[in-house]
Design a protein around this ligand. Sequence first.
Ligand code: ADP
Ligand code: ADP
Length: 220
Amino acid sequence: DNMVQLNGVTKTYGNGCHALLDINLEIKKKEFLFITGPSGSGKSTLLKLLYGEELPTQGEVIVNDYSVTNLRGDRLSLLRRRIGIVFQDYKLIPQRTVAENVTFVLQAQGYTRKEIHRRLEPTLKLVGLLSKADCFPDQLSGGEQQRVSIARAIVGTPPLILADEPTGNLDPDNSWQVMQILQKLNAFGATVIVTTHDEQLVRRCNRPIVQVRDGKLYRK
Ligand code: ADP
Ligand code: ADP
């Protein structure tokens, strides 16, 4: 069955910009999907619709059996807890250590200290940053910072991971490392959706691709 389903979705921004035009998309549970397309084609908008950051102008957005279109407040927060999000610019808190950056969302959600501790170590290990737990973000390379943001996204074991241009600020080696982590998470059972305009990286991963062009989707 589906993790994501878009039915006849159109997104027009307030300024009249048509980002997406009557699109349909089904993404199965445990799938790994690339969303490609030139800058400004609507990739971020598509992800924002999935985590409820933007509402569609028309059509229906269903994620993990919830109709995102109808969710407000608390129920939208609950859905977002089941989605791990990775951004191009990491969005780490500079005054907090790696460990604190990874665990503050769990703290905010009322996890016990014991449970937080139980989750932290394997998560940092998975992204190869166990030895950096007490470092601050500015002591890390860009690639390491992005791996912290992945750790933060996955520490609550969400079934859906969204990554919006996660390698946009990284060199090819670090980009490849990040893609390998995302593919490993998919092998563990997560549904993973990655937007990128890095054609070379996409080819190397050999995964299904949907291209956004002029507000429409094309399976490649
Ligand atoms: P991509 O992620 O592929 O670069 P976006 O989804 O960010 O594309 O943008 C798609 C189109 O929607 C672009 O033309 C962009 O200028 C426009 N857009 C994005 N966000 C907004 C917004 N908040 N207000 C108005 N237009 C927007
Ligand atoms: P709320 O219930 O107010 O939405 P959350 O506990 O969902 O609060 O998240 C708190 C903050 O952390 C929000 O600003 C949210 O954008 C951010 N956040 C939550 N989960 C993640 C994540 N997996 N990756 C990145 N940022 C996140």
